[in-house]
Ligand binder design. Sequence first.
Ligand SMILES: [Zn+2]
Length: 464
Amino acid sequence: MASERKILFRGGIIVNAGGAYEGDLLVENGKISDTGRNIGQGAGEVVDVSGKFLFPGGIDVHTHLDLPFGGTVSNDDFFTGHMAAAFGGTTSHIDFAIQTPGETLTEAVDRWHEKADGKAVIDYGFHLAVTDFNDAVLAELPTMRKRGITSLKVFMAYKGLFQVSDEDLFQTLRIARDSGMLVMVHAENGDVIDVLVREAHEKGNLAPKYHALTRPPEAEGEATGRAIAVAEMAGAPIYIVHLTCALALNQVRRARSRGLPAYAETCPQYLYKRFEDYELRGFEGAKVVMSPPIRSADNWPHLWQGLADDTLQVVSTDHCPFCFDGQKDLGKDDFSKIPNGAPGIEDRMMVMYHGGVNEGRYDVSRFVEITSANPAKLFGLFPRKGALLPGSDADIVVWDPEKEKTISAKTHHMNVDYSLYEGMKVKGVPVRVYRRGELLVDGDTFHGEKGSGVYLERGVFTPV
Ligand SMILES: [Zn+2]
């Protein structure tokens, strides 16, 4: 019933990837039906949004909800993670269905559907992470299109567990190219990392900082360059996930300047956290144990510049929360046993707006492009998602650019006992969040209905 209402958003600044203008926006039956001025006479509900931005709902294309990892499970499921996402202005996400070695791809996707069924509040899709390469699996890959999956992920790290050989990477890229799928790569040199981790163990170097010291930026730079070269030989586009450092960024920049279809995302933590966070008192450093690791702060300006000049097209979170008490401490005596990951699905829009728009690094249109429009295009959701256009889903974030907030684990909605951004003051926050015309969040109140999020069958990617 709720979605059959007509809602008129009156007098806001409507922001799309291409630009921003002052106007009204009309929603009917969960979709945007019109934008302009003096529209929507007789709408049942009028929302005054003067002085506010209207953004298309955020799309986080890199999340790990309910993920078994390192003897535990990431602590947000498809309900708590979705509620937190909505509070942060994110109304769609794409999670990774990860194949357990030995199982078919169909089984992996079925398992992820079970995690989301009945819990979802925002809309969601799946990438498929392939970890076990054999003829049967490679033959099964193209059939994933019928399940609405048009992106694959492979890992060049995690030796002996998930790591792909160059041979399998090449074959996967060719199959993906022929079936209209985009391959995403975790680019770190797993062979080198494996040696460094073993040596750290032998020397008794077991504190959290050794997580970073055994995964140097050169390992990421090398793998990024190799992934792009293998993709070029395969004639396939490629997408580098969670890029962290200047060495890797330069590989993507060089490829794009040659006209190659190479794309990359970074994550907010790589723009705000520094290597020294691993050396904080006690076991605090475990909070930033993730792969690739946090780098030295001299990488930050390069990544911000990459977002501004389109070397980086997307900001995602790699949201994979583990509690400091009870989960991270599995690695109290050995950094290699600390569950890898950190929370962020709720914070992404606010910290990227604050650091990007308020600090003058890019404008609101570019903000929408990297948080919503480009994710929708690259992952086959555009223009249903990622735009405020007639015909698009009415995923609308009413954003108050003047409102301030202090980020804290005490007030966030993610099911985790710490925040990467504890105490950070941001200006510009979502005040109302709609998904397909239904109000999910109004200020501090959650109105979302458990199970109302839908699975997104995705189309092929659009180059950006
Ligand atoms: Zn990830």
